[in-house]
Design a protein around this ligand. Structure first.
Ligand code: OOG
Length: 231
């Protein structure tokens, strides 16, 4: 176990930040795996994988320019309409996404989804290697009702709604031109995708900070919505 992984895990469990530049990472995905293994050792199980920085909006917001991926665990799952407990978080943000359900290595269904990201790096300022080591900021996710994959999955309107007000809007086209591309990338990067895993395709818009008492909802044209309440 590297001291880098231990420091990231400590930042996660104590909701404290690390400063960019504090650790060298020769192989950031190996550090990420160690960070996830520490979670699994505490009894969490793998629930799927997530893609990050699949949209230009996110690449610009974060100042990095390549697709990254990380692991989702069961402890990150928030039921649709459920509570996001801010207590153990540092500076959570929410992103509107679509989720895919895996069956036989392929897409079995799609749903509107929210991802909660909570970088363990101070002020969300990190290098590409640092955000990869930090399991790509993964902190939580909400998946709405599963639907059959529509033919126009590459051109659905997406809205992020904070306390009833639309604050970000975009299209599933922002996700690598077609969110199915994100699924293909996830399969390529993870090597294998297991039945019933969730694949989060990456944000369709920039991320938005969420605070106590706020309700966040994603609406994806034709697919419905999913929400959480921060407390
Ligand atoms: C990195 C994770 C970004 C996405 O969907 O683009 C991400 C970050 O912005 O902290 O998950």
């Amino acid at each position: 176990m590297t001291s880098f992984a231990v420091a990231l895990d400590n930042a996660l469990t104590t909701a404290t930040e690390l400063e960019s530049g504090s650790f060298p990472a020769d192989d950031p995905y190996a550090v990420q795996r160690e960070v996830v293994d520490l979670r699994l050792a505490r009894g969490e199980t793998v629930a799927g994988v997530k893609l990050g920085l699949t949209s230009k909006a996110k690449m610009q917001q974060m100042g990095v320019d390549s697709v990254i991926w990380g692991w989702l665990t069961d402890a990150m799952r928030i039921e649709d309409g459920g509570l996001l407990d801010l207590g153990p978080r540092i500076h959570p943000k929410v992103e509107p996404e679509v989720a895919f359900l895996v069956r036989d290595g392929a897409i079995a269904a799609v749903a509107p989804a929210l991802e909660v990201i909570d970088s363990r790096w101070l002020d969300f300022k990190f290098t590409l290697d640092e955000v990869i080591a930090d399991n790509t900021s993964a902190a939580g996710f909400v998946v709405g009702a599963w639907q059959p994959l529509p033919g126009n999955i590459d051109s659905l309107g997406v809205q992020l709604i904070l306390d009833g007000e639309v604050i970000e809007s975009g299209s599933t086209a922002a996700i690598l031109g077609d969110p199915r591309e994100a699924f293909a990338e996830a399969l390529r990067l993870a090597g294998t995708l297991e039945d019933d895993w969730v694949v989060l395709a990456g944000a369709a818009t920039a991320a938005v900070a969420v605070g106590p008492g706020q309700t966040v909802r994603v609406e994806v044209e034709g697919l419905g919505s999913a929400s959480l309440v921060a407390s």
